[in-house]
Structures are given as structure tokens and as C-alpha cells.
Ligand binder design. Structure first.
Ligand SMILES: Nc1ncnc2c1ncn2[C@@H]1O[C@H](COP(=O)(O)OP(=O)(O)O)[C@@H](O)[C@H]1O
Ligand SMILES: [Mg+2]
Length: 350
């Protein structure tokens, strides 16, 4: 407002000319005008900051409400807790009459009984909203309410890939290394993992700081999560619709890379795409019912995978399905260097 200092002078000019105002009084009036105008302008100048502050205050308030809700649910005696312990013998993961309920006691999944042996690749299927993600969260230790027992082999590390991977702010190297520190792997190791998941074009940008969460597409984020998986080399992999944003061809390639690179890993994956069956040895299906979803079928997929192989490769020549026959009961190597995974310490098998 370049004309703002002139306005009071112009307004006072007639009085100054007829001698009823001195020059000092005109200057005082001009100065007072500027102060009042500045005070009115404060709101306009600070409006974006006020909007920011309001948004932050709302986020903090909703976090506090959620934390209060969590505290109440934790204190409530009406809803039980899922017990966690060590699996006996060779079994990698055992669900013993596991029921998962919401904080208010509503059952989502009822009395699930599953035993997963080393090297098995289990597909969890079921209609949307049947409780697949809730069950997987309970297995990973991210959901405590319910009843029954979840037992793990104590020497095994679990790594969970959610549908929407978390991408921290900062460099791309940090995003790939998450949840470990950014310098946990050499540039060569990260380059190799990114290449395997089809993200070689990001290799030059490893040290670049950018809002990667907004920059990468949904499919690229999911591929980045698979790169984390390859770097961490866990014993148990839990996938929750982890390939949902990928096209069929890329999904096939990524699943194949995962199986080739981590042949001994035990996999538990939630997915609804039928193409994924060929990468699994067993399929369990949850069905939504009143009072909580139930496990309605537990099918061995191995013969199906072999049949697909025969049908797609009548000549017996090496083809896409040749390596998809699952290695059931493969021998597991001892726990590898993966000490941290996406699941928090409480979620890890003890
Ligand atoms: N935190 C939660 N609070 C309330 N309801 C939830 C919560 N998590 C899941 N649900 C409900 O539990 C049911 C199962 O959800 P989910 O496990 O995400 O299904 P799926 O993964 O099989 O599609 C849904 O009806 C969903 O609305
Ligand atoms: Mg889900």
C-alpha cells in the first residue's frame, strides 16, 4: 500500500491550509493512521499462519481423543487380550482359537485355528471387510484385543508389508532403509534391491531430499516396500494387499523376485487377486458372518500350482510357472541379520 502514508496527509491538507492544524499535528495524524492501518492488516498478513495453527490444533486434538479411547479400551475389563507366546516344535506360527475384537468388544474374527509350518506360503482370502487385515494385525502384534493365543518361533523375525507403506520424510535412502537408520546399508546394496523391484530409475536420487510420500506413485511405494523386504531378509513375511496397486505383470515379477531372493521365508499374505494363488502353497478363506468372520476353508494349493505349470508349459521348457511350485517345508536358515522390522518391539516374536 504505497499510497497509505499519503492518504492522511491529503485528508489533513485542508485544515493545515486554513491554519487550524499545525504541521506537527498533521504528522501525528499520519503516524496514527499508519498504526491503525497496520493493526487492521495484521489479520490479513497472518491468516495463513492462523489456518496452519488451526489445522495443527485439530490434529493434536484428534490424536488426544484417540489416545484417550485407547487408554479406556486398555483399562476396560470387558474385552480380553490375545495372548502371545512361543511356538512349540517346528511350527513357525500357530493361531490357537484366536478371536479378534474391536475395542468395544465387537467380534471381527472368531475362533481361528491355524498352524503354519516353515517355508509355507499361505494366502488369506475373503470378501472385503471380512476381517483379513484385522487378523493380520493381530498376528503381527499390532492389535491386542480378542482372545486365544498367537505363538511364534522365538528365533524368527517378522516383517509386515501393509497396503500403504509408510514413507518417512527426508532422503530416498532413508525411505528405503526405514524402519532402520538411513545408513544401515551401502549404496550398492540399496541399488541392487531397487533394481530387483524395478526402481532402478531412482538409483541416482538416493541422497535427494524430496516429499517422497507425495512424489512416488502408489505402485512405486509398494515396490519400495518390497526393496525393504529384500534388504531385511526376514524369516516370516506378512503381506496385507501389498501388491494391490501393481499391474498383473509387475505383481508377477515382484512376487517371483521375492520368492527367488527369499526362498526360505514363510509367507502369510492377504490378497483377493486370484493370480497370486500360483505363488502360494495353501489358501485359507475367511467368511463374514454374524458375530465375527470364520475360517471356512483351508486348501492345499500345490497341485493347483503344478497344474498351472503343466498347462502353461506343455513342452516342459522352463517358463514362468516353473519356479512357482512352492517349496513346502523347506529348511529354514537361522535368524538372519534382520533385527528391526516394521512391527514394533512388542510385536516381535519372543
Ligand atoms: N479400528 C477399527 N475400528 C472400528 N472398526 C474397525 C477397525 N478396524 C477394522 N474395523 C472393522 O472390522 C471389519 C474388518 O475390517 P478389515 O480387517 O480391514 O477387513 P478386510 O481387510 O478383510 O477388508 C470392517 O467391518 C471394519 O470396518
Ligand atoms: Mg484389508
Amino acid at each position: 500500500m504505497l499510497i497509505a502514508p499519503v492518504v492522511p496527509v491529503l485528508l489533513c491538507a485542508p485544515k493545515f491550509l486554513d491554519g487550524s492544524m499545525s504541521l506537527g499535528q498533521v504528522m501525528q495524524a499520519a503516524s496514527a493512521f499508519t498504526i491503525v492501518q497496520g493493526a487492521f492488516g495484521w489479520l490479513v498478513d497472518n491468516y495463513p499462519r492462523l489456518a496452519d495453527w488451526n489445522a495443527c490444533a485439530r490434529r493434536v486434538a484428534s490424536l488426544m481423543v484417540s489416545l484417550d479411547g485407547l487408554e479406556q479400551a486398555e483399562e476396560s475389563e470387558t474385552v480380553g487380550r490375545i495372548k502371545r507366546g512361543e511356538a512349540q516344535s517346528e511350527t513357525v506360527l500357530e493361531l490357537d482359537e484366536v478371536s479378534v475384537s474391536l475395542g468395544d468388544g465387537t467380534a471381527v474374527v472368531k475362533e481361528t485355528q491355524v498352524k503354519i509350518e516353515p517355508g509355507e506360503r499361505v494366502l488369506v482370502a475373503g470378501e472385503s471387510g471380512s476381517g483379513k487385515s484385522t487378523l493380520v494385525r493381530a498376528i503381527a502384534g499390532l492389535w491386542a484385543w480378542g482372545s486365544g493365543r498367537v505363538d511364534f518361533r522365538p528365533d524368527m523375525q517378522l516383517f509386515m508389508l501393509p497396503q500403504k507403506p509408510y514413507i518417512p520424510s527426508g532422503t530416498l535412502r532413508r525411505a528405503v532403509a526405514y524402519p532402520k537408520p538411513a545408513d544401515s546399508w551401502t549404496a550398492d546394496e540399496i541399488h541392487s534391491a531397487l533394481e530387483k523391484v524395478g526402481l532402478a530409475h531412482l538409483n541416482d536420487k538416493l541422497e535427494e531430499e524430496a516429499p517422497w510420500d507425495h512424489t512416488l506413485s502408489g505402485g512405486e511405494k509398494q515396490r519400495l516396500a518390497f526393496a525393504r523386504l529384500l534388504l531385511n531378509d526376514p524369516d516370516i513375511i506378512v503381506l496385507d494387499e501389498a501388491t494391490s496397486a501393481l499391474d498383473d505383470k509387475t505383481q508377477h515379477k515382484i512376487m517371483q523376485v521375492m520368492i527367488d531372493e527369499l526362498p526360505n521365508a514363510t509367507i502369510l499374505s492377504v490378497a483377493h487377486r486370484v493370480e497370486l494363488e500360483e505363488f502360494h502353497s495353501r489358501k485359507i478363506t475367511l467368511e463374514k458372518r454374524d458375530g465375527g468372520a470364520r475360517l471356512v476353508s483351508d486348501v492345499d494349493l500345490s497341485p493347483y500350482a503344478r497344474k498351472r505349470h503343466v498347462l502353461s508349459n506343455p513342452s516342459g521348457a522352463p517358463g514362468t510357472y516353473a519356479v512357482t511350485v512352492p517349496a513346502v517345508n523347506a529348511t529354514l536358515t537361522p535368524a538372519s541379520f534382520c533385527r528391526d522390522s516394521i512391527c514394533p518391539p512388542t510385536a516381535r516374536p519372543r
